[in-house]
Unconditional design. Structure first.
Lengths: 276, 252, 327
């Protein structure tokens, strides 16, 4: 079997090695080089790129990204948990309700983000509806700010958090809930004293599952945010297009990767189980 | 509490679905402003007559089909191999690719391709997009097929070997048929993620390889063209249907 | 014309634990040979070593005198009936039975398949799928699928354990007559001593990865080589180091005469089991003794003083396993 197995694994190993690991290795190398005259890189080693990360300009962006991701994750968890609870108690219609959550998520992230542009723009639906109703005279600046980005992120990733929350709730032994009720606990007490503590590892995993993509968000802040809501993802994209500073872009990318990996390791340590 | 929960759920579902529904409704609006002025198919007609859109759609389909083919085959074989005995480095890099932000994957591939182009006389184009799509959809395929494998009874393969089949024959005639729905579901998933991708594609696409998401992005950025509503509705509807189908397969 | 299957000092040691150690046995052509033992004794591992799903760490496995250690399962002329039957769900009954024949590219497949179906009495169900069959029918398909290939040895891994108790007895009888009809050598793994005793020509009792005793059912039951074998094959009373089976233990209110050995005891309680009476008694030194008596021999009340006696010829003198000998 080992021969066949090696043959089966070879194409995937090649693909991952060449199209994932090698590119990461290259940007790692680039992060220590200098910017080329016409873009690209010059073969001059430097620590400058990493030093620039501590520049107040970028430090602010990094902190903002972290804060935005944290708030969006919190929003997703707070909004998602009751929904997951509802589905887990839905009996025969569970699957239907689950599909209703999953479906929008997989249609098209781009379209779903654009839908909020359609709603929030100055000429968008909300503003024109309010204006037609005579409630406001000038359009409200609903788009291109932190609020819009927050909304876009929560809308984008809410379904993504409901699934693991639901899975965790499902794995809970129903007998425990009955035992709690039997011992005199009211529904709210059972929820806070039994359900939440036991589901904590699953909740932590769900939180990270949303936090990480939010950290690396690009499309949402790009379309829904303005110049004051720039996140790390936008900075990275900028370095490889307009700014043409590949080494610096590489450094920022590696920082992002490092943060993601550290968070994952912390989760694995804390939960002590497999994530997927 | 149950009543409260049900009310909340209703509100949550509205939140999740209304933006798309509103978009869909207004794609049929006869006016180009966000005030309803009557039913019209104008924007759909415009979408179908736009040559740039047509080319982009064609590119998206070609890329998605090619990427799906490669990633499904490679991913299925990979999942089977890992199921037999774990390959730590390969599994690790697959998981890592799942959590790597798209923008990082995109720029790293751009950098990689440009470096390769020093040695080959090639440019960014359809082929680089396809390769990039295979790279990021591979882990999805492996996960879906692996989940299917975990429900497969391994003694069936032993029985096949016992009756005279080689390992390859057992895989082909006993395991593969059992995996078929899972593989199909994985393929559909790979197709939809490929078709919808903007971030990675925008970094590695060439001048001649504009995809539908790239066109939609540009139109959304520029502002008021209502054709973007009709395309968006069609894409969301189409991909949604595919995913529903994929879910049904996955559970069969 | 040596034995069809021979194991010479075969061991299988995993990094974490030794599964089987030093197994040597010989199975003759046409025999119904059972591997009997409790869960974890290594009997299934031994079967898998013969089938080729595990590689022996030490020793030789010989099929018709030829060493097969290095052959893959599909290169060995043995066939396995799995505990869960492992029927291919996407193939019909015919498709399952044909599977091995197609690998060999034999001619006359259709005839061989219908012969096999005759053999196990499954005619008419060729085009059904395994999911549509009952447990007993699925077992017969598994048997037909393997037997149609005319293996030198048919390996059966607890094939009756998936059936309900009533069906089990019926299928047991069918299995025995099938084996006699077809004449194939059967290597049968079970933890049920009644199954082993009723079906086998030879039984190998295993414990903790080793062979405890090999012999005919009578030999194993009436002349067990160790306390483990004695206790595994049936209930045992141990009185002052002497072993007596409950059915050989007689009980009466007055002392027997003659050369019977006798001890006094008090009745704890008598359990009516339908076809017999289990009388549990306790001796002066605290030993518990069970006498199995026919209900025609009368009844006994709790607290009665009785005499327990037996024929010295029925005694089993077996040394207790010393602590340092326990595996």
């Amino acid at each position: 079997m080992t021969q066949l197995r090696r043959l089966f694994l070879a194409p995937a190993s090649l693909t991952m090695g060449v199209l994932f690991l090698a590119p990461l290795a290259i940007i790692f190398v680039y992060s220590w080089l200098s910017r080329g005259v016409y873009g690209g890189v010059a073969a001059k080693a430097t620590l400058e790129n990493y030093q620039r990360l501590f520049d107040p300009l970028y430090a602010v962006i990094l902190l903002r990204t972290f804060a935005m991701a944290a708030v969006a994750t919190l929003g997703c968890l707070i909004l998602g948990f009751p929904l997951a609870l509802f589905i887990s108690r839905a009996g025969a219609r569970k699957n239907l309700y689950l599909q209703l959550v999953i479906l929008p998520f997989w249609t098209s992230f781009l379209v779903r983000t654009y839908a909020w542009m359609f709603l929030l723009r100055d000429t968008g639906l909300i503003n024109s509806a309010l204006q037609s109703a005579g409630l406001i005279r000038a359009p409200l600046p609903l788009l291109y700010n932190n609020g819009a980005v927050f909304l876009g992120l929560v809308y984008g990733y809410l379904p993504f958090v409901v699934l693991p929350l639901y899975a965790t709730l499902e794995r809970l032994d129903k007998n425990l809930l009955e035992a709690a009720a039997d011992l005199g606990a009211k529904p709210w007490t059972t929820l806070t004293r039994v359900v939440v503590p036991l589901c904590a590892p699953g909740f932590r995993a769900a939180a990270l599952l949303v936090f990480i993509p939010c950290l690396g968000a690009y499309l949402t802040p790009d379309l829904l945010g303005g110049s004051k809501t720039v996140m790390v993802g936008n900075v990275i994209q900028n370095q490889f297009t307009t700014a043409r500073d590949w080494p610096f872009g590489s450094a920022v990318s590696l920082l992002l990767m490092a943060v993601v990996m550290v968070l994952l390791l912390l989760l694995i340590r804390r939960n002590g189980e497999e994530l997927i | 509490m149950k009543r409260g929960l049900a009310l909340y759920a209703a509100a949550a579902y509205l939140f999740l679905h209304i933006p798309l529904l509103v978009l869909a409704v207004f794609s049929f609006n006869s006016s180009r402003f966000t005030v309803w002025q009557g039913f019209s198919l104008d924007w759909y007609r415009a979408a179908f007559h736009d040559p740039q859109l047509a080319e982009a759609a064609w590119n998206s389909i070609l890329i998605a089909i090619a990427a799906t083919l490669f990633s499904t085959v490679i991913g299925t074989l990979c999942a089977y191999g890992i199921w037999k005995r774990d390959a730590k480095v390969l599994s690790g890099s697959l998981y890592l690719s799942l959590v790597t932000p798209e923008i990082v994957m995109g720029i790293s591939l751009l950098v990689f391709f440009q470096w390769i182009f020093r040695f080959l006389r090639v440019q960014l184009g359809m082929h680089t997009v396809i390769l990039a799509h295979v790279a990021f959809s591979l882990s999805y395929v492996v996960i879906v097929v692996m989940a299917r494998l975990r429900t497969f009874d391994a003694t069936l393969e032993e029985a096949a070997l016992d009756l005279g089949a080689t390992e390859w024959q057992a895989f082909r005639e006993i395991t593969l048929p059992a995996l078929a729905p899972g593989i199909a579901a994985a393929a559909l998933l790979a197709f939809t993620t490929s078709f919808d991708d903007y971030v990675i594609t925008s970094m590695v696409a060439g001048v001649d390889s504009e995809t539908l998401p790239m066109v939609i992005y540009a139109m959304a950025r520029r502002g008021a063209n209502p054709v973007v509503n009709s395309i968006s509705t069609m894409i969301a509807g189409g991909l949604g249907a595919l995913i529903l189908f994929s879910e049904r397969l996955r559970k069969s | 014309m040596g034995p069809v299957l021979e194991l010479r000092n075969v061991s299988k040691h995993y990094p974490t634990h030794p599964a089987v150690t030093g197994i040597s046995l010989a199975v003759n052509r046409g025999e119904f040979y059972s591997l009997l033992g409790p869960s974890g004794c290594g009997k299934t591992t031994t079967l898998r070593l013969v089938a080729g799903f595990e590689e022996a760490t030490e020793g030789d496995i010989l099929l018709n005198g030829r060493r097969i250690n290095d052959l893959k399962p599909y290169q060995r002329n043995v066939s396995t009936v799995f505990q869960n039957y492992a029927l291919f769900p996407h193939l019909t009954v015919r498709g399952n039975i044909e599977f091995g024949l197609k690998r060999q590219q034999t001619k006359d497949i259709a005839r061989k398949v219908s012969d096999a179906m005759d053999m196990v009495q499954l005619n008419g169900k060729e085009d059904r799928f395994p999911g549509e069959l009952s447990g007993g029918e699925r077992q017969r398909v598994a048997l037909a699928r393997s037997l149609v290939l005319r293996p030198d040895v048919l390996l059966l891994d607890e094939p009756l354990s998936a059936l309900d108790p009533i069906l089990r007895k019926q299928v047991r009888a069918e299995l025995k007559s099938l084996q006699r009809r077809v004449g194939t050598t059967f290597l049968f793994v079970t933890h049920d001593q009644e199954e082993a005793l009723s079906l086998s020509d030879q039984i190998a009792v295993m414990n903790g990865g080793r062979l405890e005793q090999v012999g005919t059912p009578q030999e194993i039951y009436l002349r067990p080589a160790s306390r483990f074998v004695a206790g595994f094959l049936g209930a045992m009373n141990w009185i002052d180091g002497i072993g007596i089976r409950p059915e050989a233990t007689r009980i009466s209110r007055s002392a027997p005469n003659g050369d019977a050995r006798c001890v006094p005891g008090t009745v704890q309680h008598a359990m009516f089991l339908g076809n017999c009476l289990h009388v549990e008694t306790i001796l002066h030194n605290g030993d518990r003794v069970v006498a199995e008596v026919s209900r025609l021999d009368g009844s006994f009340e709790s607290g009665e003083n009785v005499h327990l006696w037996w024929n010295p010829a029925d005694e089993l003198l077996l040394p207790r396993v010393l602590p340092h000998e326990v595996q």
